[in-house]
Design a protein around this ligand. Structure first.
Ligand code: ZN
Length: 198
């Protein structure tokens, strides 16, 4: 039986996505063994993240500045907005380095099952960005899941009367596929072959 402190740390880590109680305990043991090197780095990195990370008020990205690096970059095309469910999807797409526009993070997907309604997502702020003008294209880069596609169609409907082209990722994406898990080649392909939402 480990000390309460170690149990507390393991319990905290076990809440992370992808880590269960068993891997959390293994991670703790590993950190304890490497406390002079890796543990120190983890503590420093966590401290920096905690003190410096902010949410971009424009797009919902998480960065050390607001507006975020992408929104503030004059080289990024403001005429094109790529809408994603989560920050992880934004990062996955941006790693593929194919999209030169800006992003909008919804913060989830519509789900009757989980009780996620349009007002729970950053949809109004997306409509407001489009209404400000200067946007030619909205790329709906939802996951290829039923809920992702429902969300895409809902947003397309809300944008119907706006003079913007609405496209979505080509679904060479595997059905049920989540963007964050795709390799960069597949993502780049899906983005390059994006097509009007039907
Ligand atoms: Zn931003």
């Amino acid at each position: 039986m480990a000390s309460q402190e170690i149990e507390n740390l393991a319990a905290a880590l076990a809440r992370l996505p992808g880590l269960g109680p068993r891997s959390a305990r293994r991670a703790v043991l590993w950190l304890v063994k490497h406390r002079e090197t890796a543990l120190r780095q983890v503590i420093e990195a966590l401290g920096t993240v905690q003190s410096r990370l902010v949410e971009c008020k424009t797009c919902g990205n998480v960065d050390t500045q607001n507006p975020c690096t992408i929104c503030a970059d004059p080289k990024r095309d403001a005429k094109s907005i790529c809408v994603v469910e989560d920050v992880a999807d934004l990062w996955a797409l941006d790693r593929a380095r194919l999209f030169t526009g800006r992003y909008h993070v919804l913060g989830g997907r519509l789900s009757a099952l989980d009780g996620v309604r349009p007002e729970d997502l950053a949809i109004d702020s997306l409509l407001a960005r489009v209404a400000q003008g200067g946007v030619d294209e909205v790329v709906l880069a939802m996951n290829a899941t039923l809920e992702g596609q429902t969300t895409a169609h809902y947003i397309a409907e809300r944008l119907e009367d706006r003079p913007v082209r609405i496209t979505q990722l080509a679904h060479g994406l595997p059905v049920g596929g989540e963007l964050d898990y795709l390799d960069e080649g597949t993502l780049a392909q899906a983005l390059r072959a994006r097509r009007p939402l039907s």
